[in-house]
Design a protein around this ligand. Structure first.
Ligand SMILES: Nc1ncnc2c1ncn2[C@@H]1O[C@H](COP(=O)(O)OP(=O)(O)OP(=O)(O)O)[C@@H](O)[C@H]1O
Ligand SMILES: [Mg+2]
Length: 380
């Protein structure tokens, strides 16, 4: 609500046109308007620099400036003062251009009368104030989003650090233990924790904190997993082929743990007695909205009578369980290279987990009857 007379800056070099506008404004009570009339762009800019202008009526054909350039210069100097363009041209391009440059409205000379002028000025002022408010709200929102992003990045960083501490503690613990079986189990647990730490690391290093760049995760995680088994890279070569796919965090963590189990198994069991060979990991995003993870090796093969469903060991139980949690299934192949294939839907899976539930639900792993309702299935 304006409490003082409306301070109008009229920039018009044509005395006839200026007179017409002055006459129109004079029809309203004398304390309504305070009019300053200048004849050229230079004078207008000088006046604007001093402030105290509520609205600008700007002619586009001036002795020292022509067309849209006039609008641009005025906008640059006084971006928040409502601007109306006066044009004798019915050139649509000029009119549209003026609006795009930030003018609130335009008046075609000769087609204006007192009431339309007053109303147009009022609306231009309202529009300008709404735009200014919207712009400042936008800036505020952007700032809040930025703050939240920093916070999320910080949280992922801290979670990753905490998981790394747990992993280091397990490593220290295993240094004090002689029993090779216990050492092996501690290393496997350490790798599970590391897999989760890597997911959080991938998240805080990316720009999108809700989705994990699974390619980047696999490419950095898989080689470190091989290193953790102290295997010479020339003895067992690792091949990773992965599509560019972003997984929500509640899908990425189970998937990372499955990858960890399957690669670990290949490294641990497929090449006994110093055998050499290769382990390959493929991750594909199909057009049918299904993701396919395949881990294969050319080692000695699965033991005779291997029963995926009835396995009592933790690794295979975890794969079974986590695939079910992803709403997917597991197939394995033992003729030829040992191959495990996990497929799961990429979309529509989020609703299966509770709101706000992030990460992996690992129900108790025993007794086996606890798995009977899981949706994963397998085939030999
Ligand atoms: N790629 C493979 N090549 C050969 N044997 C395998 C392979 N993957 C799994 N196995 C066999 O399946 C068994 C079960 O695997 P699982 O991961 O459940 O247990 P684990 O690796 O022995 O121990 P952990 O529970 O710590 O993972 C292994 O002990 C091994 O005999
Ligand atoms: Mg295992």
């Amino acid at each position: 609500m304006m409490t003082h007379a409306l301070r109008i800056l009229l920039v018009e070099d044509n005395p006839g046109d200026a007179r017409l506008l002055e006459d129109m404004l004079a029809a309203d009570p004398p304390d309504c308007y305070q009019l300053t009339h200048v004849l050229c762009l230079g004078e207008a800019l000088n006046h604007l620099a001093k402030g105290g202008v509520d609205i600008i009526l700007l002619d586009l054909g001036l002795p020292d400036g022509e067309g849209l350039e006039n609008v641009r210069k005025v906008r640059d100097l006084a971006p928040h003062v409502p601007l109306m363009v006066l044009t004798g041209w019915t050139d649509e391009e000029i009119v549209t251009g003026s609006m795009l440059e930030g003018a609130q409205d335009y008046l075609i000379k000769g087609q204006v009368e007192n009431r339309t002028l007053a109303r147009a000025m009022r609306q231009a002022i309202e529009r300008s104030s709404l735009l200014t408010k919207a712009a400042s709200t936008n800036v505020e929102l952007q700032e809040r989003i930025r703050e939240k992003d920093i916070l999320l990045s910080e949280i992922h960083h801290r979670v990753k650090n905490s998981l790394q501490v747990v992993s280091s503690l397990l490593s220290l613990e295993s240094n004090l233990i002689q029993d090779p079986i216990v050492v092996e189990r501690l290393r496997n647990t350490q790798n599970r924790v590391r897999a989760m730490a890597f997911i959080h690391q991938t998240l805080y290093q990316s720009k999108d904190f809700a989705r994990v760049d699974f390619r980047s995760f696999l490419q950095s995680f898989a080689p470190t997993l091989v290193q953790s088994f102290s295997i010479h890279p020339e003895r067992i070569t690792l091949h990773v082929e992965v599509d560019e796919v972003a997984l929500p965090i509640d899908g990425a963590i189970p998937c990372a743990l499955i990858v960890n189990e399957l690669i670990s198994n290949a490294l641990e069991h497929a090449f006994p007695g110093g055998r050499s060979g290769s382990v390959s990991v493929f991750f594909r995003q199909g057009s049918d909205n299904l993701a396919t993870l395949r881990v294969e090796d050319d080692g000695i093969g699965l033991p005779a009578g291997f029963d995926f469903e009835q396995s009592k060991t933790l690794g295979i139980q975890l794969v079974h369980l986590l695939a079910g949690q992803l709403g997917g299934g597991v197939h394995f192949d033992q003729a030829g290279p040992t191959r495990f294939v996990v497929t799961f839907p990429l979309k529509g899976r989020e609703s299966k987990m509770g709101a706000g539930e992030i990460g992996v639900n690992v129900p108790e792993l025993a007794p086996r009857s606890g798995f009977e309702s899981m949706s994963s299935h397998c085939s030999a």
